[in-house]
Design a binder for this molecule. Structure first.
Ligand code: NDP
Length: 299
């Protein structure tokens, strides 16, 4: 698993080990239970049942200014790692039965009205949607390997959990009573609890049921079935924390602080439905905001 040392990767590693699987993390740093990219390239993919790519420079890194070098890192840390892993799978004498890439919902154009499912067609319209296009294209396996290796793409919304992602940065201001809506607050806020995202990835890693999996990756939206706005999220987090949420942050402030191409993920949003995820029989632990936020803040 590449990116296994990160926020989602740690949760997935815990889940898979609890289920009795052995997990090897592919990382930039060597360490126990890990192999490095260099080792992957020189020695090839170790025999495994499934491979996952979760690597990527953090889009919300507060320590990085929005500039060309950061944008380049966002692209290369995702696309190059995905290509390397896909090539290692293709070159393996015994390729894994499942290959899972985790991307994002930024491919769907923000809208207050449109509802998107995995079947919705889309074409890139901004920087982040271009990133998703190139990232997903980098994962495609040659036809000969795709006959035996199931390819899956999971597109998560904002991943909510105590130990990372957006919540880690939001909890302190909300605790201090400084939380508020972002932009108009009317924008949809697609989200998922980290435990459910790990569950969907584990579900996708299961061996294919068809003898010949589809030649193109199957897409699953990694979002909770509840459709919420940023206003609803803000009010529910304030309620669960018992704190006021009276300090809205205007869109232009977000754009100035974060860069408008990045702020778009918070100031605008998409109504994303997990149609295929539900049809696949996946059962959410945290299908609504109240249960997810209660688990996260421990109330
Ligand atoms: P993290 O920010 O926790 O990072 C995941 C891992 O990526 C890190 O542990 C690191 O592994 C590796 N990494 C970081 N920077 C680089 C780099 N410059 N080059 C190569 N590898 C790098 O990510 P999350 O766990 O939060 O997210 C996992 C994936 O899901 C990411 O691709 C992300 O874009 C996507 N996603 C996440 C969302 C969220 O809200 N968290 C929402 C939607 C999508 P190491 O140091 O071991 O090399």
């Amino acid at each position: 698993m590449r990116g296994g040392s990160g926020f989602v990767g740690r949760e997935l590693t815990r889940l898979l080990r609890d289920r009795g699987h052995e997990v090897t993390v592919i990382s930039r740093q060597p360490g126990p239970g890990k192999i490095t990219w260099g080792e992957l390239e020189s020695r090839g993919l170790p025999p495994c049942e499934g491979a996952v790519n979760l690597a990527g420079e953090n889009l919300m890194n507060p320590l990085r200014w929005w500039n060309e070098s950061y944008k380049k890192d966002l692209f290369s840390s995702r696309i190059d790692t995905t290509k390397t892993l896909a090539q290692a799978i293709a070159a393996s004498p015994s390729p894994p039965h499942s290959w899972v890439l985790v991307t994002g919902v930024a491919c769907y154009k923000p809208s207050l009205e449109a509802e998107y499912t995995e079947d919705s067609s889309w074409t890139p319209f901004d920087l982040l949607s271009r990133l998703v296009k190139e990232w997903e294209a980098a994962a495609c396996l040659p036809e000969s390997v795709a006959k035996t290796t199931k390819q899956v793409v999971i597109r998560p919304g904002a991943v909510l959990g105590r130990d990372g992602g957006a919540m880690k940065q939001m909890l302190l201001p909300f605790w201090l009573g400084l939380g508020g809506t972002l932009g108009s607050g009317r924008q949809p806020f697609p989200w998922i609890h980290v435990a459910d995202l790990a569950g969907i990835i584990a579900h996708a890693l299961e061996p294919p049921t068809d003898t010949s999996p589809p030649a193109v990756p199957q897409v699953f939206n990694g979002v909770a079935p509840a459709l919420n706005t940023n206003y609803e999220f803000t009010k529910e987090l304030g309620r669960v924390l018992r704190r006021p949420t009276i300090f809205p942050v205007p869109g232009f402030v977000m754009n100035a602080l974060m860069g408008s191409e990045r702020a778009v993920v918070l100031t605008q949003g998409q109504k994303v439905k997990p149609k295929r995820t539900l049809e696949s029989g996946f059962q959410y632990k945290y299908p609504d905001l109240t249960s997810a936020l209660r688990e996260i803040v421990g109330s």
